[in-house]
Design a protein around this ligand. Structure first.
Ligand code: DQA
Length: 501
């Protein structure tokens, strides 16, 4: 370690040792041990009865490990091009040739790339064998090695194939950070900076071991409540929406942690523009990011126009452009759908509330449900349909507000009013679905997810029903399932909200 920017107390940490438990359901909870020299404890953390250890690492990682049982070392290449399926296949083949069994253990020694690849291979070899991570970079110690996410790249994109596979233990030996190149160190600090706003507090004032332990504790809390990133865990992506776009736009000249630092500054400005935080909170973001020696301006020559489309393409932007934003109650998620018309960015991100409100809209003639053409629309009345949707929503932790009207203007008014507090809209606009551009436009100005719903399948009926003006501004469409579509629409909405909040 030659550059200690942002590390007050580094070196004075002495032999402090911290242990943080990551609690996941079942017997899969595990310790993260942080401190100087903790790699020497390795043998005591092996699962009971481990016969042999397969050490996966890279050339140049000079961390000596002594698992206390027979071990073989397997080197993988450096660079993203080696983070691929053929590396996993190669590891599994070599383990198989060497007779590795489920009674053995994989030991990943390295940064995030090694823990991602070795963790993935361990999770699929013989349908899963134990893995322990010895994380040797700051980024891996505070993030990559914690929480059980594994993965490799495909030619089509980064980390597109992977598993959730919790390790048996994680060792974060702070001595291994002493040899990190300065830029690698700063990258870790970029990822670390986000934890200031995720419950970590003033991390920059803490000695190193304590600081890492605090980050691990925050991440462990998110993992415990949402192991598979269905909801809260997504907040760990604070700063990442712009970061991923910047990395791609710059051909990966900017490293991940540096890009996250910039993403945090952008998210702060966005939160301020939306009235969620004040100038002092923006200044605090600048103080922290700048204090860690991270870039404060996007690189010269960045194609700014490409950033928004790239943010939409992000793997995590399910159902829309997704941001985690700071606010009075801490960080929250929010999303903006892509509309057919390529709209600008007017209006704000919908913010999560304790119980998400879903607006259910019923258009012309749906009040006759159960009476009109039951062979097409079924026998359920509108009350039955609304009740089924409301019950399902309640079971999923959402509240439903229903409005039926035979008048276009009433529906437009309701959609406009929903911009304030409503998380999502489920709409069966009846015949208006086929020609009401006013409803299309109102929905386009609504930022949350929209589920278009029909009892029948209009696409299989008369020609005039084949086009829907709602579809281009809908996040999802459910049609042709009769009354069963109503609770299903609520389930779809719950999934979309979980993906974006
Ligand atoms: C409908 C289909 C529309 O074509 C029709 O005009 C309706 C009901 C449905 O739920 O199947 O009124 O939206």
């Amino acid at each position: 370690m030659t550059d200690t920017a942002g590390v007050p107390g580094k070196g004075s940490a002495g032999h402090e040792r911290r242990e943080v438990d990551v609690v996941v359901s079942g017997a899969r909870s595990y310790p993260v041990v942080i401190g100087s020299g903790v790699v020497a404890e390795l043998a005591s953390w092996l699962p009971e009865g481990t016969a042999r250890v397969a050490v996966v690492t890279q050339s140049g990682i000079r961390v000596q490990v002594d698992p206390g049982v027979a071990f073989e070392t397997y080197l993988i290449g450096h660079g993203e091009e080696h983070k691929c399926m053929s590396t996993v296949e190669d590891l599994c083949s070599r383990w198989s040739e060497d007779g590795l069994t489920r009674g053995d253990c994989v030991l990943a020694v390295g940064g995030g790339m090694v823990t991602d690849v070795a963790g993935f291979a361990a999770s699929v070899y013989h349908r899963g064998i134990p893995v322990i991570h010895v994380a040797t970079t700051l980024l891996a110690q505070i993030d990559a090695a914690i929480g059980g996410k594994t993965g490799v790249n495909l030619p089509q994109g980064k980390n597109l194939v992977g598993t959730f596979w919790q390790p048996s233990a994680v060792l974060c030996d702070t001595d291994t950070l002493d040899t990190l190149p300065p830029r690698e160190w700063r990258c870790g600090l970029g990822e670390l900076a986000k934890y200031h706003w995720l419950g970590g507090g003033r991390l920059d004032e803490l000695p190193l071991v304590e600081r890492i332990a605090r980050c691990v504790g925050v991440k462990a809390g998110f993992v415990a409540s949402d192991e598979r990133e269905a909801g809260r865990r997504a907040l760990l992506n604070y700063g990442h929406t712009l970061a991923h776009a910047l990395e791609i736009a710059g051909g990966h000249e900017l490293r991940h942690g540096e890009a996250v630092g910039l993403g945090l500054l952008f998210a702060a400005e966005l939160a301020r523009a939306l009235g969620r935080i004040d100038a002092a909170a923006v200044a605090e973001h600048r103080r922290v990011v700048g204090g860690y020696g991270l870039p404060m301006r996007i690189p010269d020559g960045t194609d700014v126009g490409s950033l928004v489309p790239l943010m939409f393409r992000d793997k995590k932007a399910i159902g829309g452009l997704t941001f985690v934003l700071d606010g009075p109650g801490g960080c929250r998620g929010g999303s903006r759908r892509r509309s057919g018309g390529g709209r600008g960015d007017s209006g704000g991100c919908p913010m999560s509330s304790a119980v998400p409100m879903v607006l259910l809209l019923s258009g012309p003639n749906l009040n006759l449900s159960g009476q009109r053409e039951p062979e097409i629309y079924g026998s359920a009345t509108l009350d039955d349909l609304v009740e089924a949707a409301t019950d399902e929503a309640a079971a999923l932790g959402m509240e439903v507000q229903h409005l039926h009207s035979n008048h276009e203007g009433d529906l437009v008014d309701a959609i406009q009013a929903a911009r304030a507090e409503t998380a999502g809209i489920v709409i069966n606009a009846g015949a208006l679905s086929h020609y009401s551009w006013a409803i299309h436009d109102a929905l386009a100005a609504f930022a949350g997810p929209v589920v278009e719903l029909h009892l029948s399948n209009p696409g299989a009926r008369e020609a005039f029903r084949h086009e829907s003006v709602v579809t281009p501004v809908a996040t999802a469409v459910i049609a042709g399932l009769g009354a069963a579509g109503y609770p299903l629409a609520m389930r779809a909405m719950a999934g979309l909200l979980a993906a974006t909040f």
